[in-house]
Design a protein around this ligand. Structure first.
Ligand SMILES: [Zn+2]
Length: 463
């Protein structure tokens, strides 16, 4: 199969180029027909790849392309998710070649060439790897398990209709694992799997002292200044070890084992380069954890904005009536964002001195997510990358959030394997987005290995 894939490289690229030429910009209503063309194109290619059934499912927004091949209901089912919509190409004048005219150029990181086009990496190039991997499996050994495909057209605009589709189609989407190629590896010689993502709880607080702004000469010193009070309250939310002081905040935090921490530390990281890049003299954070751990496996509390009083030109001697702040917390498994929001509210009210009144507002949030490294899905991804790249893969933990992954877990009860092949330097969402030809081909080679190992491991577990 490897030889077959290598000998079809030009055809794969030609087909991908046709797909990339369709400007499937979901945010811009003038591309509505292009969205349909892109959905039709990928549906046709899924049927060509040997899937039994493919359909375009309408939603209130852009449609979802669904396809499947059930070879034996007794076998496991892999559901692949991805998106065929792309970010707008603006500012177009910063592109060196037109965004919807794919061009291959050599770069220092991509000596085999990279495909420059909007969507090349995010995510059309990556979903096309799956289509070609399925085609190759069908033509050779055959599929080792059942396949379902769900490609949406609204990922870049917040996946607005995906939740409804998933809720209404639980039977159709029934599977054992979700496979997603929409993330990065560390480098072309350091394959990696993202095993977790942080959640988020976002709050806004208001501190009120007197019923109106006061003259700081007349009242200053006798009546509370809400900005001073708010600053003290915020400062008290971390102790001298960088721990968050909200009661109960850490109760549900799962501590990683020494082995898990060691595996995460095996990814390359240069503290000096990190500091130099940010032009900071020193890093900070929770005692007992490394910089990478602080930014991935540990929860945080940060002020995102703070305002109040006079901020205009010159000076005004005001004793303000109110002060405000937006405060967000990044969460880790098994913290629950609504529960943390409540704990924060309770804590904030409790620490407020009698001199002020406070109000706390809950904004949005999201749950943290983790794929255990002892799960079959993770092991299959590890073995596939190890064989595909001939290198030991590294687990990583993302500091941010991918809301769809939490949605799939909640609605379908399924874990997702983040099996992306891009690089962080591929200029996603930016002008001159590109995707390495090496990465594209490596993905097509490696995806069938995931199918192979996943099926094997599930069968072993059964017997
Ligand atoms: Zn994407």
């Amino acid at each position: 199969m490897k030889n077959y894939i290598a000998s079809n490289k030009q055809r794969y690229l030609d087909e991908l180029f046709d797909f990339l030429k369709i400007p499937s910009v979901s945010a811009d209503s003038k591309h509505k027909n292009d969205m349909l063309s892109a959905a039709e194109y990928i549906k046709g290619k899924l049927l060509d790849a040997g899937l039994d059934h493919a359909e375009i499912c309408p939603t209130d927004g852009h449609p979802i392309v669904y396809a499947e091949k059930i070879i034996d209901p007794a076998l496991p089912t892999i559901l692949t998710y991805g998106h065929y919509d792309v970010q707008p190409a603006d500012p177009v004048e910063l592109w060196n070649t037109p965004p919807f005219e794919p061009t291959i150029k050599v770069t220092p990181i991509h000596p085999d060439g990279a495909i420059f086009a909007r969507g090349s990496c995010d995510d059309k190039g990556q979903i096309y790897m799956h289509v070609k991997a399925i085609e190759a499996m069908n033509l050779h050994e055959g599929l080792p398990c059942n396949v379902k495909i769900m490609f949406e057209g609204e990922e870049e605009v917040g996946s607005e209709n995906l939740g409804t589709f998933v809720k209404n189609n639980k039977e159709k989407l029934k599977a054992d694992i979700i496979l997603i190629s929409d993330t990065s590896i560390i480098a072309n010689d350091i394959p990696s799997v993202e095993t977790g993502l942080r959640g988020l709880a976002y709050m806004e607080v208001e501190v009120t002292a007197a019923n109106r702004d006061l003259h700081s000469g007349v009242y200053g010193g006798a009546v509370a200044n809400p900005i001073n009070v708010l600053a003290q309250m915020i400062a008290s939310m971390h102790d001298e070890n960088g721990k968050i002081t909200v009661e109960g905040f850490y109760d549900k935090v799962i501590e990683l084992s020494a082995a898990e921490r060691e595996a995460l530390e095996s990814a390359p990281f240069e503290l000096e380069a990190y500091k130099k890049d940010l032009e900071i003299n020193e890093v900070t954070g929770e005692k007992g954890y490394s910089t990478r751990e602080r930014a991935s496996i540990r929860p945080t509390l940060d002020v995102n904005g703070i305002w109040g009083g006079y901020t205009g030109e010159g000076s005004k001697t005001v004793l303000p009536s109110k002060a405000f702040a937006k405060i967000s917390m990044r969460l880790v498994p098994d913290q629950d964002w609504e529960e943390i929001s409540d704990l924060f509210t309770k804590h904030f009210k409790k620490i407020a001195p009698a001199t002020v009144k406070v109000q706390v507002k809950k904004h949005h949030g999201g749950q943290p997510y983790v794929t255990p490294t002892d799960s079959i899905g993770y092991k299959a991804a590890y073995l596939a990358l190890e064989e595909g790249f001939g290198k030991t893969p590294v687990p990583t933990r993302g500091g941010g959030s991918i809301p769809i992954v939490a949605l799939f877990e909640k609605e379908l009860g399924l874990k997702s394997i983040l099996f992306g092949f891009g690089l962080d330097s591929d200029a996603l969402h930016s002008p001159n987005e590109h995707y390495g030809v090496f990465n594209f081909m490596k993905g097509i080679e490696t995806i069938p290995l995931f199918y192979k190992y996943y099926s094997q491991l599930v069968n072993e577990q059964k017997s």
